[in-house]
Structures are given as structure tokens and as C-alpha cells.
Design a protein around this ligand. Structure first.
Ligand code: ADP
Length: 267
């Protein structure tokens, strides 16, 4: 056996080379499998609303609906399915931009108390509709360095999920506190907790995967795309942070995020 540069290989190094090659091939196969699963999922997810829009529009066009109330309810379905399609396309594009590393952070100081006032304000109507109490506990004057739009996307996703998967009359809360890592790096710890339906233990490791849902019907009926948490995880990692989840079935869930107080260039 001769190496490409002409130097003879020992038995041992050739075995190591083979092992390395096998590992590479396995990794390429794994990525290829993930890619084709993703394409299959995307097509399935897109086809469902397209088929619904087509079916209901055909019925209306065919003149098969005489009373106005039924016609309106069909139009509402067409409108809602179209909205879902829009969200789905937006999330798919966002995810592919992040995954191909075409997204960069545009960081500035974010004052967290004002930031959460505005996030909660945006969600107040949805929470009120379900009579859910929505609160934030944020130390005054605390700020962190981050990309405000992306932080907004993270917390809008987590808080909307918390509202969505909590029964009427429940509580959703975000608490913010200072923290540090073992190496002394200063961090901010965010906990988004709810008194909702919770997540079964066996599903916990998978909920950040693309299109993974504990209850497909519930996610669909509430307009979910199944991509929110995987976008959140990527955006947290772009900020060099971590996200974990704890949940008790029927009692509630908490998503815990730890983000550095300052981004690298300022340290
Ligand atoms: P979806 O659009 O379906 O909400 P996500 O990626 O945001 O997709 O979440 C994935 C799944 O994780 C959801 O379908 C739901 O089953 C579960 N999940 C997320 N957040 C919560 C929560 N706060 N309480 C209970 N289940 C949750």
C-alpha cells in the first residue's frame, strides 16, 4: 500500500485511513438522509394547505354552495390555509438562510425591560382571548448585547407556544436574571414558563427537530408550522447561547435560555 505522496503505508495507518473514510461516508449518508427527509416533509407540509385551498375554491366556483353562511365559512378556510402557507414559506426560507450560515447578527445593547414590555404588548390580545395571564419579571436597567430582531423572534416563538399549548385561564411568565458560566463569563438567564399541557418525557429530546410535533392535529389547528423551535435553537446558538427544556405532563413547561451578556468583540 502506497500513500498518494508515494510513501509506503504501514498496515496500521492504512487501517486508520479506512476507518476515517468509512466514518466520512457514514456522515455523508446521514446528511443526505436528513436532506431528503426534509424535502419530503416540506412537500407534504406544503401540499396539505394547497389541496385544501383548491378543494374549497372548486366547490365555491362549481356553484355547489347556496347559502351565504357556508360560502363565507369556506372563504375563511381558504384565507386561513393561505396564511398558513405564507407562514410555512417564511419559516422554511428563514431556516434555510440560517442553516446555510447566510445570517449574521446585527448587535446593539438591548434594554430588556423595555424589550419585554413591547414583546408582551404584541402578544396581549392573543393571551386575553384565552384569559391567560402573561407577565414578565425583568430587573430594571438590565441590558445585554444582541440582535434585537432575532431576540424578538426567539421570544415571540417561545411565548406564542406557551400561550398556544396552555389551557384557557392559565399563566405564562418570563423571568430574566443575571448569571455566569463556570469560566466566569457573564450571562443572562431567561426562563419562559407556562402552566400548560406539558410535553411527554419521550418527546423532550426531539422537539427542537424540524417539523417534530407532539400532537400534529393540535399544532396544525393552531396554525403551527412545526419549525418554530428549530429556528429558536439556531438563533440562540448564533448568539453563542444554550436552550434547554423541562416539562411535566399536565403541569407545564419551562424553556431556559442562557445567553452571553456581551458578544465576543466586546470582551
Ligand atoms: P409548532 O409550530 O407545532 O408549535 P414548534 O417547533 O414551535 O412547532 O414546537 C414543536 C412542538 O413542541 C409543538 O408542536 C408542541 O407539540 C411542542 N411544544 C412547544 N412548546 C410547547 C409548550 N410550551 N408546551 C407544550 N408543548 C410545546
Amino acid at each position: 500500500i502506497v500513500r498518494l505522496d508515494g510513501v509506503p503505508m504501514t498496515q496500521d495507518s492504512s487501517h486508520r485511513g479506512m476507518l476515517f473514510l468509512l466514518q466520512e461516508v457514514t456522515e455523508i449518508r446521514r446528511l443526505e438522509k436528513m436532506r431528503s427527509e426534509f424535502v419530503a416533509n416540506v412537500s407534504h407540509e406544503l401540499k396539505t394547505p394547497v389541496a385544501a385551498v383548491k378543494g374549497f375554491a372548486e366547490t365555491l366556483l362549481g356553484g355547489g354552495v347556496n347559502d351565504e353562511k357556508t360560502a363565507r365559512s369556506f372563504l375563511q378556510i381558504i384565507y386561513d390555509e393561505n396564511e398558513r402557507l405564507n407562514r410555512l414559506i417564511g419559516d422554511i426560507l428563514e431556516l434555510s438562510k440560517i442553516e446555510s450560515k447566510r445570517v449574521q447578527l446585527d448587535c446593539s445593547p438591548v434594554y430588556l425591560s423595555e424589550f419585554f414590555d413591547s414583546v408582551l404588548e404584541t402578544l396581549s390580545k392573543v393571551a386575553e382571548k384565552k384569559k391567560i395571564s402573561l407577565n414578565a419579571v425583568v430587573p430594571d436597567e438590565l441590558f445585554m448585547e444582541g440582535d434585537e430582531d432575532k431576540l424578538r423572534q426567539i421570544f415571540m416563538n417561545l411565548l406564542s407556544n406557551a400561550i398556544n399549548y396552555t389551557h384557557d385561564g392559565g399563566n405564562v411568565k418570563i423571568t430574566v436574571a443575571n448569571g455566569h458560566k463556570p469560566d466566569g463569563t457573564e450571562t443572562v438567564i431567561f426562563t419562559v414558563s407556562d402552566t400548560g399541557m406539558g410535553i411527554p418525557r419521550k418527546d423532550l429530546p426531539r422537539i427542537f427537530e424540524r417539523f417534530y410535533r407532539v400532537d400534529k392535529a393540535r399544532s396544525r389547528s393552531s396554525g403551527g408550522t412545526g419549525l418554530g423551535l428549530s429556528i429558536v435553537k439556531h438563533l440562540v446558538e448564533l448568539h453563542r447561547g444554550t436552550i434547554t427544556v423541562e416539562s411535566d405532563l399536565g403541569i407545564g413547561s419551562s424553556f431556559i435560555l442562557e445567553l452571553p451578556l456581551l458578544q465576543e468583540h466586546d470582551k
